[in-house]
Design a protein around this ligand. Structure first.
Ligand SMILES: O=c1[nH]c(=O)c2[nH]c(=O)[nH]c2[nH]1
Length: 283
């Protein structure tokens, strides 16, 4: 029996220049489309009469970028998702994901790509429901103190020493689900980012788990349009270098930046009255 299925064009790379006079605007997106609906025939018999080619989806991304311009990623994703659901009767739901790469302006037509985090958007549209999820990935943060970790379980395999002053560092992977589908997306994203960063900076931490909850709670407190936040926080361990063989003291100054393995702390924080999600949206 054929199970759940969907199909689409993944990772269409779109760069849109808005030539408004001498000062140009630049938008740099990676757009993925996934459609689901009445697609049994193509799987079971190869009857493609209900299959909109993924090549057409890619073309639609570029044509819409020209015809409608490209503003906020949420707006562009909603436009595309609604188009596929409303124009193709056999398509019952569309998921459009956008990775948005930020370029800082250097001049009227010159830009420098920001190397760190990527803004993300995933919208799900069906004939009855709309769900908008915004987020960020690869936002690297570090506190060089105000972090402790002790009081943990110790069994026969535990070697970790309690820490009363350590580096706490992570690369934030966060998604947040909006209550509605009509918000000032730019202001909302900037506000959520600000809340995440301020909570990381301002929390005296006894575990990355505690910091995770503080970050999610701060977003929920600051942003009424957001129903739920999901966070995946790798614990980017920094190990104190042992300099005693060289007769050197090392009171929290020289560290070895660890790579793998890393702790991975994941969790969700939601508003008490958050409406239920209408589509799956795990990280
Ligand atoms: O903040 C932390 N949480 C943990 O669960 C954990 N486990 C560990 O070894 N180090 C840490 N640090």
């Amino acid at each position: 029996m054929l199970g759940p299925n969907r199909y689409g064009k993944a990772e269409t790379r779109l760069v849109r220049v808005h030539r408004d006079g001498d000062s140009h605007g630049l938008v740099d997106f990676n757009v993925s489309v996934a459609l689901s609906g009445d697609l049994t025939a193509t799987h079971l018999t190869g009857d493609n009469s209900g299959v909109l080619p993924t090549d057409t989806m890619k073309n639609t991304v570029y044509a819409f970028a020209k015809e409608h311009g490209v503003g906020e990623p949420e707006t562009f994703a909603l436009l595309l998702a609604r188009h596929f659901v409303s124009s193709q009767p056999q398509v019952h739901a569309a998921k459009v994901s956008v990775e948005s790469f930020v370029w800082d302006r250097l001049g009227p037509h010159s830009f420098r790509k920001r190397g760190d985090h990527v803004r993300t958007t995933v919208v799900h549209v069906s004939s009855e429901t709309v769900q908008v999820v915004s987020g960020v990935t690869g936002l690297v943060l570090l506190n060089s103190t105000d972090s402790e970790f002790h009081g943990f379980v110790e069994d026969g395999y535990t070697t970790l020493k309690p820490a009363t002053d350590r580096i706490l560092a992570t690369a934030v992977d966060a998604r947040w689900r909006h209550t509605g589908d009509d918000t000032d997306w730019a202001a909302s994203h900037a506000g959520a980012m600000d809340a995440l960063v301020k909570a990381f900076v301002g929390t005296y931490s006894y575990s990355l788990q505690q910091t995770l909850y503080a970050m999610g709670a701060r977003v929920i407190e600051d942003r009424p349009e957001i129903a739920e936040v999901r966070l995946a926080l790798p614990n980017k361990h920094h190990y104190l270098a042992d300099l005693s063989p060289f007769g050197l003291d090392n009171p929290g100054e020289v560290f070895i930046a660890g790579d793998r393995p890393y702790g991975l702390i994941e969790g969700s924080v939601s508003r008490d009255d958050a409406p239920a999600a209408t589509a799956e949206w795990w990280l």
